[in-house]
Design a binder for this molecule. Structure first.
Ligand code: SAM
Ligand code: 2KA
Ligand code: SF4
Ligand code: MG
Length: 208
């Protein structure tokens, strides 16, 4: 099978980087985790903090065996699949292999493509720039909305109405606008207590 067909089947994937760090955001903030950052994204967020990931063709294509083997070199068994937009690929084979090796599987996604894979925790961060695929709403364990503009509070509530009632809801200040929006988010959460705050704590700790 050629590389293109293997990528289409999720047996090989473009990898921008893979690194062992501390989860900086959301429900598992502070937990050590192995991050697998897949190359390729077609969502186009103006404030994206990893724009260099967007072009899939820039990144080496590795077999899922190679990706999992590298993850096993670290002591932690929490893996976070991110990107780029990881749901551009069929994540079934990779997550099956990770789980067979004892990993707990988390994903960071905009939900802009059909859901795939076997995940223990799905962090859904919807974007105005490309509408989420309907398959994400029943999968999301956490809704994490980035606040870049005051209209993002309404956008957050629109998505909150579509996820399961057990889905945890977080607001995360866009990094460059954090000084302006963090106090506004604090007030919002105090007045709308079903919401929590997520900060990009890895940026404060100056780690990947
Ligand atoms: C780089 S994205 C990759 C995964 C997926 N494409 C997504 O957007 O969920 C990882 C997380 O970082 C968030 N993010 C990206 N740029 C950000 C920024 N400038 N400030 C705050 N959060 C940001 C995204 O919303 C997402 O929750
Ligand atoms: N430490 C750390 N935590 C993160 N949580 C989500 C991230 C991402 O880019 O998906 C991320 C990241 O890039 N680094
Ligand atoms: S969906 Fe994620 S990776 Fe893609 S542009 Fe937006 S923040 Fe960046
Ligand atoms: Mg990041």
């Amino acid at each position: 099978m050629n590389t293109k067909d293997q990528v289409a089947k999720g047996l090989m994937l473009p990898i921008m980087e893979a690194f062992y760090t501390i989860q900086g955001e959301g429900r598992f903030t502070g937990h050590p985790a192995y991050f697998i950052r897949l190359g390729g994204c077609d969502v186009g967020c103006v404030w994206c903090d990893v724009k260099e990931s967007w072009e899939a063709g820039k990144w080496p294509v590795l077999s899922i065996e190679q990706i999992v083997k590298e993850g096993l070199n670290h002591p932690g068994r929490l893996v976070v699949i991110t990107g780029g937009e990881p749901l551009m690929y069929d994540l079934g084979p990779l997550t099956k292999m990770l789980k067979e090796k004892g990993f707990t599987t988390n994903i960071e996604t905009s939900g802009a493509h059909p859901f795939s894979g076997d995940f223990d925790w799905v962090c859904f961060s919807p974007k105005k720039f490309k509408k989420p695929h309907p398959s994400i709403y029943e999968q999301a364990n956490e809704l994490k909305v980035v606040v870049f503009h005051k209209s993002d509070f309404d956008f957050a509530e629109e998505h909150a109405a579509l996820v399961n009632s057990s889905c945890e809801k977080r607001l995360q200040p866009e990094w460059s606008k954090a000084e302006k929006f963090t106090p506004i988010i604090i007030d919002y959460v105090k007045n709308h207590p079903t919401w929590n705050i997520s900060l990009q704590t890895h940026k404060f700790m100056d780690i990947p």
